[in-house]
Design a protein around this ligand. Structure first.
Ligand code: AHR
Length: 497
């Protein structure tokens, strides 16, 4: 028998709404023919696709990271500001693509502003360093009267953008990264760059690069060394993780949320160890600024095998299955459960590239299967995350050992009293769950679920959009006990008070 216990007085922390962020990188068709396509029938006067912007709104994205990703590590931001006709294309070495520089900092930040989305910018610590970073920050946030701020004004934007969140490079531990560094080199550079950036604008939040996955040989030692240099300078450390079903190992894939939780807890432990050693009251939080399902090992051949391409090539356009949607829901449970430490999350990426939204150039835009759990959680997870105790049987997995068959996270909105409960059933059987709520404080009014059918990826608009949320199996309330039923291999979002 499975039991979930929760009480509104036992709270983890407020859910930082930035956890429902996503990511726009100059990679493949994320920008060109993704968010931006001037000739498209829905394009606005700035060249951005309205159909994509509307789906982004429906998805509930609160924040967008930009411009990379691996791309940022060889990016010259100055080449992509000012009159478009003066901008020159450059060869992006990360994705071996000719970048036309039609969209740059101003276009992106003004898009965010129009759409009511918070931007998160990354600076290039691969081929560049402090000088380029402080120049870009001044360009974005500086008041009139100094060189870069005046350049922004000359380019038509008077008001500073006030960008708050800044990534100090991207995946600098990865040998594939242009300008890859060891932990000492990166830690020193991140600390020096961060310090200089704070001199330009003390109000910013800074993210140091953590490991690009828990499987990196340097994992742990990287976090320890980097934070020993920049603990006092940064606010967050980044985490990146992509999950996929490998060799038909469905059980391990369904347990991805448990793997994500382990990863978060290890990074938190590494960060807190440095804090303890420094006798610091400060706590570093997590910017999980890339996470998703990505068939990286089974479908992608790697950056170095890409031919040089131009005109927004199709790169890593993964097509998702129903099972992938359940796993995305399970990953969201992990993020919400760690609301005391996870401040930022970015579903990587937003459009076309391992994305919940797909487009055809000069054609339609549509929702992939993974769109649905994200949109549902982004809508319902308001207020504070609650402590949720799950007593469930375990199941053996090849990659993660014994994991719970059921996982859950819950939120309650202190203003409205609205309760949301997110639950994954990782088994192939229907599960009956007793929801214990001491004090008889909870009520479940309904819910919706994503189910993992056994079909493959849903290719194209029609196949993808014939999939969606279904009604949850009805909850029953009897003598103060709530009974929930979970469909086999499903992720369910219940709502109530
Ligand atoms: O999101 C795709 C790529 O994955 C990013 O560019 C990089 O940071 C990560 O390896």
């Amino acid at each position: 028998m499975t039991t979930i216990t929760l009480h509104p007085d036992f709270r983890v922390a407020p859910v930082d709404r930035r956890v429902f962020g996503s990511f726009v990188e100059h990679l493949g068709r994320c920008v060109y023919t993704g968010v931006y396509e001037p000739g498209h029938e829905t394009a606005d006067e700035h060249g951005f696709r309205r159909d994509v912007a509307d789906l982004t709104k429906e998805l509930g994205v609160t924040m967008l990271r930009y411009p990379g990703g691996n791309f940022v590590s060889n990016y010259t931001w100055e080449d992509a500001v000012g009159p478009v006709e003066d901008r020159k294309p450059f060869l992006d070495l990360a994705w071996r693509t000719v970048e036309p520089n039609l969209v740059g900092t101003d276009e992106f930040l003004q898009y965010c502003e129009r759409e009511g989305i918070e931007p998160m910018m990354a600076v290039n610590l691969g081929t560049r360093g402090i000088d380029a970073a402080i120049g870009l920050l001044e360009y974005c946030n500086g008041e009139a009267g100094t060189k870069w701020a005046d350049m922004r004004i000359a380019n038509g934007r008077v008001e500073p953008y006030g960008v708050k969140l800044w990534c100090l490079g991207n995946e600098m531990d990865g040998p594939w990264q242009i300008g890859h560094k060891d932990a000492h080199e990166y830690g020193k550079l991140a600390a020096a760059t961060g310090r200089a950036m704070r001199q330009v604008d003390p109000s910013i939040e800074l993210v140091a690069c953590g490991s690009s996955s828990m499987m990196m040989d340097t994992f742990g030692e990287w976090e320890r060394t980097v934070l020993s240099y920049c603990y006092d300078v940064v606010d967050h450390i980044s985490m990146h993780a992509y999950y996929e079903e490998m060799d038909g190992d469905r059980g391990s894939f369904l347990a991805s949320g448990t793997a994500m939780s382990t990863f978060i807890e290890r990074v938190v432990a590494s960060a807190d160890a440095i804090g303890a050693q420094k006798r610091s009251d400060k706590r570093i939080s997590i910017s999980f600024d890339e996470w998703n399902v990505w068939y990286l090992f089974s479908r992608f051949e790697g950056e170095t095998n890409l031919p040089v391409q131009r005109d927004a090539p199709r790169i890593i356009e993964d097509v998702y299955s129903a099972l992938d949607a359940v796993v995305v829901g399970d990953l969201i449970i992990s993020l919400l459960s760690h609301s005391d430490r996870v401040a930022v999350g970015c579903l990587a990426q937003l459009v076309n590239v391992i994305a919940p939204i797909m487009t055809e150039p000069d054609g339609p835009a549509w929702r992939q299967t993974t769109f649905h759990p994200f949109a549902t959680a982004a809508r319902l997870a308001q207020g504070d995350a609650l402590q949720v105790k799950v007593d469930a049987a375990t199941m053996a997995t090849a990659k993660h050992g014994d994991v719970p068959t059921v996982t859950a996270a819950a939120t309650v909105d202190p203003e409205t009293g609205a309760l949301a409960l997110f639950v994954t059933n990782r088994t192939s059987e229907e599960q009956v769950v007793t929801l214990r709520h001491p004090g008889a404080t909870a009520r479940i009014d309904g819910g919706s679920a994503v189910l993992a059918d056994h079909e493959g990826p849903r290719e194209g608009k029609d196949a993808a959009e014939s999939y969606g949320m279904v009604d949850a199996l009805p909850a029953t309330h009897e003598d103060g006990t709530i009974t929930l039923r979970l469909a086999p291999e499903s992720w369910t979002a219940f709502h109530g008070t």
